[in-house]
Design a protein around this ligand. Structure first.
Ligand code: HEM
Length: 211
């Protein structure tokens, strides 16, 4: 279900995001956007803002290179096409209804439900936007065309901050769900059930996944 490259890139991404968020919060504390919001020091990475910035650039290379590899792999291997599309409005409404009644089915791990598909595609889109806004903050002159997309420097900061907030919200939901369905967590570590080349469960895999 999750081939080795997907597992490796997923966990590298988790480490990179951890570094990016912790060091980003350190930099943020130096010049806050929301006057009332200072991140407690123990949640930040780096001794002071400049040190946090160095961690941020270190994490940035891992996040961007790993992200490009994941996106290229997902598109070239057909994984995104099989696992994240199509998303039918009917399935989406049904999934939301099931979730609200705590009746979401987890017997077939190999199939992402409509909410999962939207969450994964959404977090990837936010990942692209956070990199574009980050590049514009880092080198507003060299990447002036990118920076122009946002208007002024302060707007870029706010966009970058909102992307971070969206990723943090995603992680809270994502990790909670992974812990509630531990088999999905084990599958992201060990590979999970065997699937046929079209991405569906191979003969017998569905039964094994359910058991
Ligand atoms: C400790 C932190 C994390 C844990 C425990 C975790 C756990 C998991 C698990 C269990 C899956 C399997 C999918 C499923 O059955 O729904 C998964 C998939 C996924 N996770 Fe995470 N995750 C973590 C961090 C992250 C972060 C930081 C991101 C991105 C910001 C992320 C993005 C994704 C995506 C996009 C998938 C789908 C991968 C694919 O099928 O190609 N995860 N994660």
């Amino acid at each position: 279900m999750h081939p080795p490259p997907v597992r490796a890139m997923h966990w590298i991404n988790a480490v990179a995001i951890f570094i990016m968020i912790g060091s980003g919060w350190k930099i943020y504390n130096d010049d806050v956007i929301l006057g009332f919001l200072h991140v407690p020091d123990f949640l930040t990475i780096g001794k002071w803002a400049q040190h946090g910035l160095q961690w941020h650039f270190f994490g940035m290379w891992i996040f961007v290179l790993n992200g490009l590899a994941y996106l290229s792999y997902g598109i070239a291997s057909g994984r995104f096409r099989h696992k994240l599309f199509p998303i039918s409005p009917r399935e989406l409404l049904k999934t939301i209804g099931d979730a609200l009644r705590f009746r979401l089915a987890h017997d077939d791990l190999t199939h992402y439900n409509a909410v999962q598909k939207i969450m994964y595609l959404g977090v990837m889109a936010v990942g692209v936007l956070i990199v574009i806004s980050g590049l514009s903050l880092w080198k507003p002159v060299q990447f002036s065309e990118l920076a122009d997309l946002f208007g002024n420097f302060q707007t870029i900061r706010v966009v970058h901050f909102l992307c971070m907030a969206a990723i943090v919200a995603f992680i809270l939901v994502h990790v909670t769900l992974a812990l509630l369905v531990p088999r999905s967590l084990v599958a992201m570590l060990t590979g999970g059930p065997v699937v046929s080349p079209d991405g569906g469960p191979a003969a017998g895999a569905k039964a094994r996944a359910a058991g």
